[in-house]
Structure formats: structure tokens, C-alpha cells
Design a protein around this ligand. Structure first.
Ligand code: Y12
Ligand code: CO
Length: 171
């Protein structure tokens, strides 16, 4: 298990670097990130959340039966996202680096992602719905951004209250 860093840790606001070597060290990091994400009840995790500033994230959505199977895991390395059209969707997002806080965020409805797999093979996929939301959320981490930067006025008020309460309960 790796430690997941949480807001307001400064590392979360740094831009991650491209992966250059698709070697056993990368594979170990991907495997450790997967174990960390699953044991934290996550469906997405970026490398910066475990304090590794590399352009990597994982997504493992639940299937129709609400099961989270490793066969549905997608490892994105050096991803590049392109919106398809101008449609947007709103989804209530959460992040393992902002524990216990969930709020609506607006994102592109459909996207294309070009990325590499763990062996350095070029891949591409088109996504909509929850997968598109998750990819955009995780890709923001690679550029040092968190979903809480995209909140509405009321969402920000809700976050302030949440952060105050979490501070209190830590004391
Ligand atoms: C849609 C929106 C956002 C994403 C990004 C990936 N986010 C997560 O995987 C968030 C997981 C999460 C899990 C939590 O734990 C439980 O619910 C048991 C959680 O709550 C606490 O930590 C207290 C917060 C976030 C993908 C798709
Ligand atoms: Co996140």
C-alpha cells in the first residue's frame, strides 16, 4: 500500500512529468497504485496522489453488476485528451485526496484519449458518460489541478464547511 496524499498538500498542485521508461519500475508502480486504489475504495487514481509526479493514472469502473473487476482496469500513461464536440455533463465527483467530499462538476460529455499502455504501445479510446468524467478528473491531476477548483459558488461554500469540520474532528 502506498500513502495517498490529501488536500492541501502542495504536491497535488504540481505538473507531472512524462514517463520515458516502460520498465519493471513502472510496472511495480502501476501494480502498487492499483492495490492502493482498490483498498481505498477508489475507481480512479493518479500517480501524483501517491506522491509520484509522473503522467500516469488508473481507472477501474464498476460493471453493470456493480462489481469492480481487474479485467476492466485501464492504465493510462502519457495521455492526451481531445474533447469531441461541445456537449457537457454534470456528475457528482469525489477524490481520494479530498476524502469525504462529493460535489457536482461540469465536464465535456465526450472525449478522445491517446495514451500508452504499460509496455509503451500507443492506444486510443473514445469515452462518454462516467468513463469520460473519470478520465478528465484524473487528467486534471497530471496538470496539478483538483476537481474542487471547478466548484460552483455553493459548492465552494460546502467545501469550506467540510474542511472546517474535518479539521475539528482531527483535533
Ligand atoms: C467520477 C468522479 C470522480 C472520479 C475520480 C476517482 N475518484 C475516486 O475514486 C474517489 C473515491 C473515494 C472513495 C471514498 O471512500 C468511500 O467512499 C468508502 C471516499 O470517501 C472517503 O474517503 C471518506 C472519497 C472518494 C471518477 C469518476
Ligand atoms: Co482525484
Amino acid at each position: 500500500m502506498l500513502e495517498i496524499i490529501t488536500y492541501p498538500n502542495k504536491l497535488l498542485f504540481t505538473r507531472s512529468q512524462e514517463v520515458e521508461k516502460f520498465d519493471e519500475n513502472l510496472h511495480k508502480l502501476l501494480d502498487d497504485m492499483y492495490e492502493t486504489m482498490i483498498s481505498s475504495n477508489g475507481i480512479g487514481l493518479a500517480a501524483i496522489q501517491v506522491a509520484k509526479p509522473l503522467r500516469i493514472f488508473l481507472i477501474n469502473l464498476l460493471n453493470d453488476k456493480e462489481e469492480q473487476n481487474k479485467e476492466d482496469l485501464i492504465e493510462f500513461i502519457n495521455p492526451v485528451i481531445t474533447p469531441i464536440g461541445e456537449g457537457t455533463q454534470v456528475y457528482e465527483e469525489g477524490c481520494l485526496s479530498v476524502p469525504g467530499f462529493f460535489e457536482e462538476v461540469t465536464r465535456y460529455d465526450r472525449i478522445k484519449v491517446d495514451y500508452c499502455d504499460r509496455f509503451g504501445n500507443a492506444k486510443s479510446l473514445e469515452a462518454d458518460g462516467l468513463l469520460a468524467v473519470a478520465i478528465q478528473h484524473e487528467n486534471d491531476h497530471l496538470n496539478g489541478h483538483l476537481f474542487i477548483e471547478k466548484l460552483s459558488f455553493n459548492g465552494r461554500k460546502k467545501l469550506e464547511k467540510h474542511l472546517k469540520n474535518s479539521k475539528k474532528s482531527k483535533k
